[in-house]
Design a protein around this ligand. Structure first.
Ligand code: AMP
Length: 399
């Protein structure tokens, strides 16, 4: 059984082919600049060097066709024919309030995804193009959609409602949705597995900190709050996204710039670590500049650390305590100094860390001390494997 996981962005296609018996990745790759001059593909068969080619991909269809041909390529491929692909799992950023669990793709589901486009105008159209391309080429293979928002659908209304006229919720579904759901789901379940306890008996705070970052509170095995909102802009400061800002900032920018796209650019592409530091969106560059005395870089770094500490404090209150804190994604998995700095303010919760154990990157580790009241862990996330597993479960349930 082999499942293909596809993540179609507006101009990109990321893919991984899994052998579901071993859960190993057979091939993976990335197509960039679909529909933009200079498009190309990077493809890696596990154990081989990466193949990089410049190819013209006018639409997602040509990109997906090229990827599929590489999967059956005698040298770079991992399968002999397309018949070996059992199912295709598609990552979907936004499922709104209707698509709340992994779902087999039908005409009705496609219509539903189209209705949700206004909630995710930058992401969902690309996903739909990917689904159409796969359906056209692999007409007999089941497609499953797995939503980033789904895991957070258990949030109570008091966590997801915004303090604006209720009609915008009723008429336009304006509310907090949350993102990175497959990651929060995976690392919280994995934490329970590592600790040998049922997830429903643990109060867990999961910190997915990468270029995009979100923090979730998981109680009784369910997400009860998360830092991202209607869009993936809310929450802690990110690579280029602002995170939480006073709504008055948006009003000010709207009056000043008089153009929604310019405001969007200011808060999504020119904000965050990049905006504050003026150096880079990458925490490594920001840390380096701060070490060399760049004050704005130090401020950007502090802003992120402070934000994570505040959310951990807030979610501890929301859950009436915390048993486990998990760090994941690029910064969470690799930011040794960053994790130490975040934890330095968590002594009031009884957090004690072992700096030797914390000195690790990209692997599962418990870095709190045995007498720490809270278990603090690093768990590398695996969103693609989660999608492959969910796809498998969904296909089997629909047999
Ligand atoms: P992701 O979006 O999960 O791929 O995470 C990407 C981010 O991880 C980058 O922008 C870096 O800021 C961060 N990162 C990667 N390695 C390190 C590291 N060793 N220390 C601090 N941050 C890191």
């Amino acid at each position: 059984m082999k499942n293909l996981v596809i993540n179609c962005g507006s101009s990109s296609v990321k893919y991984q082919l899994f052998d579901m018996t071993t859960e190993k990745v057979l091939t993976q790759g990335l197509v960039e600049r679909v529909g933009i001059p200079g498009s190309g593909i990077k493809h890696t068969k596990t154990g081989m060097e990466t193949l990089a080619r410049v190819v013209d991909f006018p639409t997602h269809k040509e990109a997906v066709q090229y990827v599929l041909n590489l999967l059956v390529d005698p040298v770079y491929g991992a399968i002999k024919t397309f018949d070996e692909i059992t199912a295709v799992g598609h990552r979907i950023v936004h499922g709104g309030e209707t698509l709340i669990k992994p779902t087999l793709v039908t005409e009705k589901v496609i219509n539903e995804l189209e209705k949700i486009i206004p909630l995710a105008p930058l992401h969902n159209p690309g996903h739909l193009q990917g689904i159409h391309a796969i359906m056209e080429i692999l007409s007999d293979v089941p497609n499953v959609i797995v939503m980033d928002t789904a895991f957070h659908q258990t949030m109570p209304p008091k966590a997801f409602i915004y303090g604006i006229d209720y009609k915008y919720y009723e008429e336009n579904q304006i509310r907090k949705y949350g993102f990175h759901g497959t990651s929060h789901d995976y690392v919280s379940s994995r934490a329970a597995e590592i600790l040998g306890k049922p997830l429903k008996d643990l109060k867990v705070i999961t910190c997915h900190l990468g270029n995009g970052s979100s923090i979730s509170a998981i109680k009784d095995g369910k997400c009860i709050d998360t830092s991202m909102g209607l869009s993936p802009i809310e929450g802690v400061v990110m690579g280029t996204r602002s995170g939480d800002v006073c709504p008055g900032v948006l009003l000010f920018l709207m009056r000043q710039l008089r153009d929604v796209d310019l405001v969007s650019n200011a808060i999504q592409n020119k904000g965050g670590l990049l905006g504050i530091s003026g150096v880079s969106s990458d925490l490594r560059d920001v840390e380096l500049a701060a070490e060399k005395g760049n004050k704005r870089a130090a401020l950007a770094q502090d802003k992120l650390i402070y934000g994570v500490q505040k959310y951990i404090g807030a979610y501890t209150a929301a859950m009436d305590g915390v048993d486990v804190i998990v760090f994941t994604a690029g910064i969470g998995e690799n930011g040794v100094a960053f994790r130490e700095k975040v934890c330095s303010k968590l002594g009031f919760l009884g957090v004690k860390i072992d700096t030797e154990k914390n000195n690790c990157r990209g692997k599962e580790v418990i870095f709190s001390t045995p007498d720490s009241k809270v278990t603090v862990m690093v768990i590398p996330t695996d969103e693609e494997l989660t999608i492959a597993r969910e796809t498998q479960k969904c296909v089997e349930a629909n047999k």
